[in-house]
Ligand binder design. Structure first.
Ligand SMILES: Cc1ncc(COP(=O)(O)O)c(C=O)c1O
Length: 399
């Protein structure tokens, strides 16, 4: 007999939930179309060759030791410079921590800020790992609404309503996964005003900062005048390095009152896992110093796919979606006239009957029932076939 920790029962990751079922269909000879995972490398995108070369060189040139827990000094400098150049944020290299992807940065934020029973405000829909890590550290995730009718912008009144004396921080995901929303500067300012009023830190996940099709991305740190911000970002998406597990967080504190305390805490936590893979960090330096041509090419391809999917989804009876302005996700609403119990059932049935895998909306938070998330990473011919199958499926389900 083994008695597992209670926290294990709180762990879930909706994005991969139906993958075993999809695999079992493939084993039976079916051709499954995967629109579930936000990994460009599973489709026709690849890590730029100068970054791969830098990794090989780093390993042969002896960068194989444990480096500093907070990260390779040259990489921390390069990250601070990137943030200055891309977003105009005056980041100090000493306030940067290199992490194993943004996933680890989320873990670090929760471990540094949350005591048992304390709350963190997260958007709904949300990237599911926020909920998971908050629960793992004994905290309470409290969802604030994002409004579909307002292009999935956060509902400021709802944020304000949900804050109480137990709230420790507010999470903002901009550009957003799963909605593809890009937040307006006035919205960011309002969130910062609320944070200032209640002395809260704001955590801003900006992992899609380089993949924007419409409008201008503003880093939350650039907008903040008096609120400490912890920005999370990484190399997975904009540098096509998902499997390399490289990310970072930085503290931007215009008040200069809490940055030292936060950084000391982050370094303590970082020491517990020694360091991020050293040769990968060297490749990260090459990524930041090298050409960004891959990003331009990627955005060009994705824009065409975004336009295609947006048009196609809205043509299908029973579906309706807001136009994604950034990232590579669309989050359609399933009409109530579709005769299926809920979005989980919809996803399972779609997979079993038409061999298309998407993610159920409720996997991104309570308020997202009746939706699903699809990626527009596959080439157009795959998207075309997937949406033909989805349309056929919906025709059968309409009441
Ligand atoms: C909003 C958001 N944050 C964090 C992550 C995790 O990224 P990483 O690969 O850097 O761990 C993802 C991955 O899809 C994401 O969409």
């Amino acid at each position: 007999m083994v008695f597992l920790a209670d926290r294990i029962h709180k762990l879930s990751y909706a994005i991969r939930e139906f993958v075993p079922l999809a695999r079992s269909l493939e084993e039976k000879g079916e051709r499954v179309l995967y629109l579930n995972i936000g990994d460009p490398l599973k489709y026709d995108f690849d890590t730029p060759s100068h970054i791969k070369k830098a990794l090989c060189e780093a390993a042969t040139e002896g960068y194989n030791y444990y480096t500093f827990s907070e990260g390779d000094p040259e990489l921390r400098e390069a990250i601070a410079l990137k943030e200055r150049k891309w977003h105009g944020v005056d980041v100090k290299a000493r306030n940067v921590i290199v992490t194993h992807g943004v996933s680890e940065a989320i873990n670090f934020v929760c471990s540094v800020l949350l005591n048992r029973g304390e709350k963190a405000l997260i958007p709904t829909p949300t990237y599911p790992l926020y909920q998971t890590y908050i629960l793992m550290f004994g905290g309470k995730p409290v969802s604030y609404r994002c409004l579909e009718e307002n292009g999935w912008q956060p509902d400021i009144e709802d944020i304000e309503k949900k804050i109480d004396e137990k709230t420790k921080f507010i999470v903002v995901i901009n550009p957003n996964n799963p909605t593809g929303a890009l937040y307006e500067e006035k919205t960011l300012k309002k969130i910062l005003d609320i944070a200032a009023e209640h002395s809260l830190v704001v955590v801003s996940d900006e992992i899609y900062d380089g993949i924007v099709f419409e409008g201008e991305f503003k880093s939350l740190a650039k907008v903040s005048k008096d609120v400490p911000v912890i920005v999370l970002n990484g190399f997975s998406k904009t540098f096509l390095m998902t499997g390399w597990r490289l990310g970072y967080l930085y503290v931007y504190d215009p008040t200069e009152r809490v940055e030292e305390t936060l950084m000391e805490a982050f370094i303590k936590v970082a020491r517990c896992r020694l360091c991020v893979t050293t040769p990968i960090q060297r490749a990260g330096v090459a990524a930041l110093k090298g050409s960004l041509q891959h990003l331009e090419e990627m955005k060009k391809k994705l824009l065409k796919r975004r336009d295609f999917i947006y048009k196609r989804v809205n043509e299908i009876e029973g579906l309706e979606a807001v136009k994604p302005k950034a990232a590579f996700y669309i989050f359609p609403k399933i009409s109530e006239r579709v005769g299926i119990k809920d979005d989980r059932e919809f996803v399972k049935k779609l997979l079993l009957e038409e061999k298309v895998l998407v993610v159920h909306g409720s996997g991104f938070g309570d308020g997202c029932k009746g939706h699903f998330r699809a990626v527009f990473l596959p080439p157009e011919e795959v998207l075309e076939e997937a949406f033909e199958r989805i349309e056929r499926f919906l025709k059968r389900q309409m009441k």
